[in-house]
Design a protein around this ligand. Sequence first.
Ligand SMILES: *Cc1c(COP(=O)(O)O)cnc(C)c1O
Length: 228
Amino acid sequence: MQTIAERLNSARKGIDQAANSAHRPPNSIKLLAVSKTKPVSDIMEAYEAGQRLFGENYVQEGVEKVQELSHLKDIEWHMIGPIQSNKTKVVAEHFAWVQSVDREKVARRLNEQRPESMPPLNVCIQVNIDSEDSKSGVAMDELDALVMFIKTQERLSLRGLMAIPNANPSEKQQRETLSKLKELYDHYHTSLSNFDTLSVGMSSDMTEAIKHGSTMVRIGTAIFGKRS
Ligand SMILES: *Cc1c(COP(=O)(O)O)cnc(C)c1O
């Protein structure tokens, strides 16, 4: 059995290789370690191996971990799961990033509830890139309105786009989805300041995502092992 440190190391090597073959600087791609359902002791192991960016999916579980590890000031916590509007306050109070903003109501509440003592909350808009009925994420034809709304919110810093593409696409479908996402990202990246994040790619599609311009991959299973 490999340790978390070893698997983290392999994940970083995988990123570097994918970056090299895409002729991109390896340090232009961040690694978010997705620690959902995993104990704090696993996060500590990854932290001791040098990992600083962690992603959580469930509000309550995430907040508990943030509080338990609040002495580690250099961890950057990302909320990447769906947020009900009655949970926005604790999210605004505990996370540095929210990648799963997909509607105006949630954005407005996060903005109102972000404490003055903290820096603006970094947010990504989650886009429903494959237009799946079951999935969260803003519909493509509503993206522009949400971008413009978030830009008016002073306590939010709009950093980019996040997507969870179809789980088992054909190669062609995968290329099309990732290209479409990259095009959208480039459009806003050139017109908006601080818009520098394209969060796409998980354990199974990391290499393709990096080839298509991902600036942040979100890796869970390949670092922490299967979730039960
Ligand atoms: C769970 C999750 C991941 C990590 O997925 P793995 O397949 O375990 O690497 C990434 N992004 C989101 C939004 C997730 O919910």
